[in-house]
Design a protein around this ligand. Structure first.
Ligand SMILES: [Zn+2]
Length: 288
């Protein structure tokens, strides 16, 4: 399993925190019929994306990308010591994530920029770590970039009722003055660009990297499972706007299908990254 690979002048490391069963496929995707699942079951099982009980298998990971100019961490995964509804995420204390960073030859000090595709629990967790009774930025030398539309949405949600991942993994970074709230056409030099991809959340962004062209794109949660390559209109139950998410997913796959761009998904099972190919009315992902 390739944890490190290169694309043009980018070196990409996968930092895996968990790879495990998640939800039954038909619970996660309410519009998935038994017939649709039957048609894809053997391919999904062969890809380790589905177990024998029809439960989806997902990977939870960060990507660290070294460009000629920066070391960028994309999506900070689950985190430790945090109260969460999901038992395997709740108050966990393992060192898997930090060991994976170490195995990639890095420490928290080496990250220049942290970017989050959106502000859900499993994409912001390691933004902060517990320091006695406080949450402090995990990556002491990093600027953290949050998209304005996404940030504003969660400010409003958190004002109605506290959203734990926002309160313990985003706001402390803002309070520590390590955050930059950026517009969704934001770019860093000629290597890093945001790609607005709303639907899963209102301000969700994909992140495209590469000098002047998209050598790699980080899809975040605009897609969760290879099942959605076969059925791009299939939205998971936790998309804020499932109809918009379906349009965004189809548009994204059409844009990158049959191109040289390496698509790095947040949650596909290992190897998680590959090139999107057109296949009938859907798509497939060809591992690199
Ligand atoms: Zn996610």
């Amino acid at each position: 399993m390739a944890l490190t690979f290169s694309v043009a002048d980018l070196t990409i490391h996968r930092i895996i925190e968990q790879e495990t069963t998640f939800l039954p496929a038909r619970e996660m995707f309410p519009e998935l019929t038994p017939e649709m699942l039957d048609a894809e079951r053997s391919a999904l099982q062969a890809a380790n994306a589905l177990d024998a009980q029809d439960t989806l298998i997902l990977c939870f990971q960060s990507y660290v990308v070294k460009t000629p100019h920066h070391t960028i961490l994309i999506d900070s995964c689950i985190g430790n010591d945090k109260p969460r509804a999901r038992p395997v995420w709740n108050m966990k204390t393992d060192d898997t994530y930090m060991r994976a960073l170490d195995a990639a030859g890095m420490s928290v000090d080496d990250i220049d920029i942290v970017m989050c595709t959106h502000l859900h629990t499993d994409h912001v967790g390691w933004n902060t770590r517990r320091d006695n009774d406080r949450w402090v930025p995990t990556f002491p030398n990093a600027r953290y970039l949050f998209a304005q539309r996404e940030y504003d949405y969660w400010v409003a949600q958190n004002a109605k009722a506290e959203v734990p991942p926002f309160a313990d993994s985003v706001l402390p970074v803002v309070e520590a003055k390590r955050a930059d709230i950026v517009m969704d056409d934001f770019a860093i030099g000629d290597h890093v660009r945001l790609v607005p991809t709303p639907g899963h959340t209102p301000g969700h962004v994909a992140i495209a990297l590469g000098k002047g062209k998209d050598d790699a794109v980080f899809a975040g949660d605009l897609i969760h499972s290879p099942l959605q390559l076969a059925y791009p209109e299939l939205s998971p139950k936790f998309d804020v706007d499932p109809a918009q998410a379906a349009v965004t997913r189809r548009t994204f796959l059409e844009r990158y299908g049959d191109t040289a761009t390496v698509c790095c998904t947040a949650h596909f099972p290992s190897p998680s990254a590959g090139r999107i190919k057109r296949k009938g009315n859907g798509f497939s992902c060809e591992a690199i």
